[in-house]
Structure formats: structure tokens, C-alpha cells
Design a binder for this molecule. Structure first.
Ligand code: DC
Length: 223
């Protein structure tokens, strides 16, 4: 089967996916799709509006209207007409997103919009997430799996969450819990696709990771 013109970058929380894929997208003029942001937005919607006594979960997810547009190169999501703002980046939303991403209905909803984004895109897409190379786009032309030690990932999170009062030990626990949930769920668990190229970013500088991926892209003649 022909390979699909998509770059898939998967990996656990704090492995460097977001910053690296954004830099690569800018360098090669690619359409950057942060799939975690879609799970975060849906998780927030569930948290805000789902009534466990009155609503049926599947119907609730089914009824959500998910729309996207590109604003200054970033994916901007609307759920039922409401712009999902910076709130999706708040620390507590990480655990919520991980919890709700285990649900098959939620995964299908996100998969559909990911496929729509790729179909509509006039540029080559680079998608970052947990299940892109192994499950959603198994024919992606280039698959990369970023990883790093738990300590390094927790320290990176600490740097991102400037106003947070969380200690490093608390962040290490959070990361371990999220790895456990994301890697051990039944549907599309986080895993390295067999044909993905593993890059351990623990001891690499940001620029070195960008350079490694750039070389892979140019050597394959993708962009
Ligand atoms: O990449 P992130 O931290 O924004 O992702 C938040 C959660 O969403 C993550 O813990 C698991 C889920 N997720 C997923 O299951 N599949 C993806 N492709 C992206 C994110």
C-alpha cells in the first residue's frame, strides 16, 4: 500500500513533541496538528457539561459539534460554537484528558476530526499525539517516537507550568500516572509503532532533536 503523506510524532507527556513539531512545522511549512489539544478540549467539555445523572455518555459525545480552523498557524477548536481557550493547557486538564481519552467514543470522535483535518489540508501535515503512527495513520510516510526519562520529562513540565506550586516529586508522580493510563488503556494505547524511529531526547538539546528530524525529512525527500 502507498504511504500516506503525513508525519506522525508520538510519545509520552514531556517527551518534547509539541515544541519540536511546532519548530519542524515552521521550518518546512507544514500543517501542525496537536491532537492532545483535541482530547483536552473534549475532556473540558465533558467536565463542564456532562451530567452523569441525566445524560447518556455516548449520546453526549455523539452530540458534541467539533469544528476547527487555523489561526496564525495554530489549530483553533470550537466545541458547540465555543472557542476552547488557553484553559485546555491548565494542569488539571492533563489528567482529565488522559482519563477520557480511554473511552472509545471519545477516540472515534477525535479520529474523525483528525482525518478531516488531513483531508482538508493543502499542506503536508505533521500530527503529534499518542496513537498517530500505530493506529490512526499506520501508513504515515515518516513515524517518529520521542521519549525521555521520567525525571527529564517532569523537569520540562515544571519549566512549562510557571505558576504551579507542584513539586518535582508531584510532577514525577503525575507523569507516571499518565504514562500508566495512556499505555495500558484498551483502545489505541500509547505505543511505538514497529516502523517508528525512536529518538530519546533525555540528553539532547532542543535544536539537536529538531536537526535529527529535519535530516529524516530531507533524506526521505518529504518536504
Ligand atoms: O499531548 P497532551 O499532553 O496534550 O495529551 C493529553 C492527553 O490526551 C494524554 O495524556 C492522552 C490523550 N491523548 C491521546 O490519547 N491520544 C493522542 N493522540 C493525544 C493525546
Amino acid at each position: 500500500m502507498d504511504k500516506q503523506n503525513i508525519i506522525a510524532v508520538d510519545g509520552p507527556a514531556g517527551s518534547g513533541k509539541s515544541s519540536v513539531t511546532k519548530a519542524i512545522a515552521k521550518k518546512f511549512n507544514l500543517n501542525h496538528v496537536d491532537t492532545g489539544a483535541i482530547f483536552r478540549a473534549i475532556a473540558l467539555k465533558i467536565d463542564d457539561s456532562f451530567d452523569e445523572f441525566d445524560d447518556d455518555f455516548n449520546d453526549f459525545i455523539d452530540s458534541i459539534k467539533l469544528e476547527y480552523e487555523k489561526v496564525d498557524g495554530d489549530l483553533s477548536l470550537k466545541i458547540d460554537g465555543v472557542q476552547m481557550s488557553g484553559k485546555i493547557r491548565e494542569h488539571h486538564v492533563s489528567a482529565l484528558a488522559s482519563k477520557h481519552s480511554a473511552n472509545i467514543m471519545v477516540r472515534k470522535k477525535v479520529e474523525n476530526i483528525e482525518k478531516q483535518i488531513v483531508k482538508d489540508s493543502k499542506q503536508l501535515c505533521i500530527l503529534e499525539g499518542r496513537d498517530i503512527g500505530a493506529f490512526v495513520f499506520p501508513d504515515a510516510i515518516l513515524k517518529i517516537y520521542l521519549d525521555a526519562s521520567v525525571n527529564v520529562r517532569a523537569k520540562r513540565r515544571m519549566g512549562e507550568l510557571e505558576d504551579s506550586k507542584l513539586t518535582l516529586d508531584e510532577l514525577i508522580k503525575d507523569i507516571k500516572d499518565r504514562d500508566d493510563q495512556d499505555m495500558n488503556r484498551v483502545h489505541a494505547p500509547l505505543t511505538k509503532a514497529e516502523d517508528a524511529i525512536l529518538i530519546d531526547t533525555s540528553d539532547l538539546k532542543f535544536e539537536d532533536v529538531v536537526e535529527k528530524i529535519s535530516q529524516l525529512i530531507t533524506s526521505k525527500g518529504i518536504a
